[in-house]
Design a protein around this ligand. Structure first.
Ligand code: 5AD
Ligand code: SF4
Length: 443
C-alpha cells in the first residue's frame, strides 16, 4: 500500500505572540513529515493553540474542542492536541482533562519545544499526555526551532517572551511566565536572514517591547541600519516605558513604522491605579503629544477596557474624555472579563453586565465620532506603500503604509506584489485610504 502523507489541521487563537508559537508548531509538524489541510474531516491530527486573555476566547475553544468528539468517533486514529495559554491555567487544564477524555495531548506555553517528542511518545503508547510544567529561565530552547511562516512578505520576530507587569486584570503573566529578552545579536541575525530571503515587513513582538532588557531604542536603531528597503512594526508598547528616546529613534529612522499601538485601557487615574498600569492619563497624553510632534504623520491606536471592577459612571466618562483628547485612529475595545487568579478577580464588581454593555456602546459611538474621518488628514499626502495584494472598492491593489494604514490604489504597470510604491492619497474612507501611484520601486 502506498504511504499516504499524514495531514494536520491546526488553528491558533489569540494574539500575534500565539500566532508565532503556531508557526513554530507548524514548523515542527512539517519537519515530522506532516502536510496541512483546512478540512478537519481529512485530518490525521487536529491541534488548537489556545488563548486565555478573555473568557469568550476560552468559551470558543471549548466549543471547538467539544465538537471534535464526532471526528474522533469516525476516526479512532485521529490525534487531538490542545496547547497554548488556556491550558497553562490549571483550572482549564483540569476542565479539559475531565470533560474531554478524547483529547490526547495537552501542553502549555513553556514546553512547545517538546511537542515532537510528546507526539512520538503518544503514538507509541496511545496514553494521553498532559504537560503544563513551567520553566521561567528559558529563552534558548525557543531558538533555532523550525518555523512555517504563513507569508513570504511578512515575518514576526519575537524580541521577548512573558510579562512582568501584572496588570491586575490580566492573565498573561501567569500563563506566559517571567519576562525573558532574546539576545540582540540573534534577533539582528534573524532579521538579516529574513531580509535576504525577500521579507519586506518585520513585526517585532513582545507583551511590552519597551522593557526589552538590552535596550529597545538601540535595537530599533541597529535594525534600521540593515541594508535594503523594508519596514519594521512592533507591538505591544506599554505607556509606562515608552521613552522620548525611543520616539526620537523612530522619528530619525528610515524603516521603523510610524504606527504606535499604545494601550491606554482607561481614562480614569483611579482605575489606572487599580489596574496597576503605572502611569497617569496626563503622562499618557504627554507621551502621545511628544510622539505627534516628532512624527507628524504618526497613526495612534489603543486598547480600552470598559467595566473594570469598581469603575463608576464618572470613571467611565473620563475614558470618553480621554478618547476625545487623544483622537485615536482606532481602538480595540473590550468589556472587562474576570480571570481567576488575577488581583482584579477579588475586587468588588457591582455594575451589572447590562450597564457595562450600555457604556460599551456609548464608547463605540464616541470612538466613531473621533476616528470616523481621522484618515482625512492623509488626503493630499504621499504615503509609501508596500503592495500586498488585490485591492477593494474599485482599486486594483492594496497595501499598507509606514503608518500601518491600509491603502487601496490603482496602477497601470504594477509588476510585483512585494514592491514599494509612493501613493498620492485622494480619498479617505473609514478603515482605509485610496490613491494613485506616483513612484515605483526603491528609493
Ligand atoms: N478583560 C478584558 N480585556 C482584557 N485585556 C486583557 N485582559 C483582559 C481582561 N481580563 C485586553 C487589554 C489588553 C488586550 C490585549 O486585551 O486591553 O491590552
Ligand atoms: Fe497583560 Fe499588562 Fe502584561 Fe499587557 S503588560 S500582557 S496587559 S500584564
Amino acid at each position: 500500500m502506498e504511504n499516504k502523507q499524514l495531514l494536520a489541521f491546526t488553528r491558533t487563537f489569540g494574539c500575534r505572540g500565539n500566532v508565532t508559537d503556531g508557526e513554530k508548531i507548524n514548523g515542527m509538524l512539517a519537519k515530522m513529515g506532516y502536510g496541512f489541510t483546512r478540512n478537519q474531516d481529512e485530518a490525521d491530527l487536529i491541534l488548537f493553540n489556545t488563548c486565555a486573555v478573555r473568557e469568550n476566547a476560552e468559551t470558543r475553544v471549548f466549543g471547538n474542542v467539544g465538537s471534535l468528539i464526532h471526528h474522533k468517533r469516525r476516526n479512532r486514529d485521529l490525534i487531538v492536541v490542545v496547547c497554548g495559554c488556556m491550558v497553562q491555567k490549571e483550572d482549564t487544564a483540569e476542565k479539559l482533562r475531565q470533560t474531554f477524555p478524547f483529547v490526547d495531548l495537552v501542553f502549555g506555553t513553556h514546553v512547545i519545544h517538546k511537542f515532537p517528542e510528546m507526539l512520538e511518545r503518544f503514538k507509541e503508547t496511545r496514553k494521553r499526555i498532559i504537560d503544563i510544567s513551567e520553566n521561567h529561565e528559558i529563552t534558548e530552547m525557543f531558538e533555532n526551532m523550525p518555523v512555517r511562516r504563513e507569508s513570504k512578505l511578512k515575518a514576526d520576530v519575537p524580541v521577548m517572551y512573558g510579562c512582568d507587569n501584572y496588570c491586575s486584570y490580566c492573565v498573561v503573566p501567569y500563563v506566559r511566565g517571567r519576562e525573558r529578552s532574546r539576545n540582540p545579536d540573534v534577533i539582528l541575525g534573524e532579521i538579516r536572514d529574513l531580509i535576504t530571503d525577500g521579507v519586506k515587513e518585520i513585526m517585532l513582538l513582545g507583551q511590552n517591547v519597551n522593557s526589552y532588557s538590552h535596550g529597545f531604542p538601540r535595537l530599533l536603531h541597529e535594525i534600521d541600519t540593515i541594508p535594503g528597503e523594508f519596514r519594521v512594526f512592533y507591538m505591544t508598547s506599554h505607556p509606562k516605558d515608552l521613552s522620548h528616546e525611543l520616539i526620537d529613534v523612530i522619528a530619525d529612522s528610515k524603516k521603523i513604522s510610524h504606527h504606535l499601538h499604545l494601550p491606554v485601557q482607561s481614562g480614569s487615574n483611579r482605575i489606572l491605579q487599580l489596574m496597576n498600569r503605572g502611569y497617569t492619563v496626563e503622562q499618557y497624553l504627554e507621551t502621545i503629544d511628544y510622539a505627534r510632534k516628532r512624527i507628524p504623520k504618526i497613526s495612534l491606536t489603543t486598547d480600552i477596557i470598559v467595566g473594570f471592577p469598581g469603575e463608576n459612571r464618572a470613571d467611565f466618562e473620563k475614558t470618553l474624555e480621554l478618547i476625545r483628547k487623544a483622537r485615536f485612529d482606532s481602538a480595540y475595545t473590550f468589556i472587562y472579563s474576570k480571570r481567576d487568579g488575577t488581583k482584579a478577580a477579588n475586587l468588588p464588581d457591582p455594575i451589572s453586565k447590562e450597564e457595562k454593555s450600555t457604556w460599551f456602546s456609548e464608547m463605540l459611538d464616541v470612538l466613531d465620532e473621533v476616528s470616523g474621518d481621522a484618515y482625512s488628514r492623509y488626503v493630499g499626502e504621499t504615503l509609501r506603500v508596500l503592495c500586498e495584494g488585490e485591492g477593494r472598492a474599485g482599486c486594483a491593489y492594496s497595501g499598507r503604509s509606514r503608518e500601518g494604514i491600509i491603502v487601496d490604489f490603482n496602477c497601470d504597470n504594477m509588476n510585483n506584489i512585494g514592491e514599494f510604491v509612493d501613493i498620492k492619497i485622494k480619498e479617505a474612507l473609514k478603515w482605509a485610504v485610496k490613491g494613485t501611484v506616483t513612484k515605483h520601486g526603491s528609493n
